[in-house]
Unconditional design. Structure first.
Length: 338
């Protein structure tokens, strides 16, 4: 059940509602950002609590829902939430493209890549300071040095910067250098990490786990919202399947399905599923067509020398061409690339 509170609810009105919930020993969560109280108990039909609550002066509406997504769920007619990051919007009618290399490798690589994606029209720069690698002897990222380089990118180009953070103990440090956290696919179910990031109040991109169901994917967003942070962006990046032609199978059907169940914006990563750069432009356009709110694409200033995900990163020229195509076709799908 969701209680939608009246705008400008008085403290004593809120207290009255909470006292009523406590009388029943209800497990509730007050979300001040949304002016809602979510109650995590579905046994309402046999009692009169919902009707009683409707009579409280601070209550606007009482929504009965059997959805497990108390905060991330979508009520009838609700549109996708817009996550506003210093004026850059994810969700809504603008198609904001996030682009940059897989990992941060050097100052030269990062500044050249950032300049290239900015020129092509991206507004947010992606690059990982910490790399989750299957092999412990592969490039693991530059760590703190990488975070510092991201801050420099931000200062030099004006692009917002995002990065994957893997360790709970790195969250506070990273918050000083980046605008947006990314939770990698391998960490989607790391609930301590989600909660710690949520408490920074920074926007968080959550990538779908390699074998996560859509329900678990949205529930990862619920974890962040349950800490009082509503700036959550879900990201479909491909799931494990039996098909060896691609690294993962990009589940484009997840986009409209998530949109039917959740108000959270969902974006698509067209790079990690195919693992091959020639497929990235087609998958990007397909993502736009299927209703993705945004894209996060890997672009490297000199992809053949990349220390991770070498085969899938676009060159600056390829990215420029893709952005041109997206600008051209976006209006057909009610979007504008800007
Ligand atoms: C990445 O974005 O560089 C990455 C490692 O992605 P994923 O977590 O989706 O594998
Ligand atoms: Mn990568």
């Amino acid at each position: 059940m969701i209680i939608v509170l009246k705008e400008n609810i008085a403290q004593n009105e809120l207290k009255d509602i909470i006292s009523r919930l406590e009388l029943d020993n209800r497990d509730y969560f007050v979300n001040e950002a949304y002016s809602t109280i979510a109650i995590k108990d579905e046994a309402f039909q046999e009692n009169t609590l919902p009707d009683q609550l409707k009579g409280y002066s601070g209550v606007n509406q009482v929504i009965l829902t059997s959805s497990p997504f108390c905060l991330a769920g979508k009520s009838d007619g609700q549109t996708t939430s817009v996550v506003d990051i210093e004026g850059i919007k994810v969700g809504g009618s603008s198609f904001t493209v996030i682009a940059g290399p897989c990992g941060i490798e050097s100052r030269k690589q990062i500044l050249e890549s950032a300049e290239a994606v900015r020129e092509a029209g991206a507004h947010i720069f992606r690059a990982s300071a910490y790399k989750p690698r299957g092999n412990p002897y592969d490039f693991q990222g530059l760590g703190l040095e990488g975070l510092k380089l991201l801050k420099e990118v931000r200062e030099k180009t004006g692009l917002l910067v995002e990065s994957e953070i893997m360790g709970v103990e790195k969250v506070e440090l990273a918050a000083k250098y980046i605008d947006i956290f990314r939770v990698g696919a391998r960490n989607m179910c790391n609930y301590d990490l989600l909660k710690k990031m949520a408490r920074t109040n920074k926007p968080i991109i959550i990538k779908r786990g390699l074998s996560a169901t859509i329900k678990d994917f949205i529930l990862a967003g619920e974890y962040v919202m349950n800490e009082g942070n509503d700036r959550v962006i879900l990201c479909e990046r491909g799931i494990s399947s039996f098909e060896p032609e691609t690294r993962f199978t990009l589940d484009l059907s997840a986009v409209p399905i998530v949109k039917s169940k959740s108000h959270l914006p969902i974006i698509v990563d067209p790079s990690h599923a195919p693992g091959k750069r020639n497929l990235v432009p087609q998958l990007s356009k397909a993502a736009l067509a299927v209703g993705s709110d945004d894209l996060i694409v890997e672009v490297h200033s000199d992809a053949k020398t990349a220390l991770s995900d070498c085969a899938q990163q676009l060159s600056p020229e390829e990215f420029m061409e893709l952005m041109g195509d997206l600008k051209h076709i976006a209006p057909v799908f009610g979007k504008k690339v800007w």
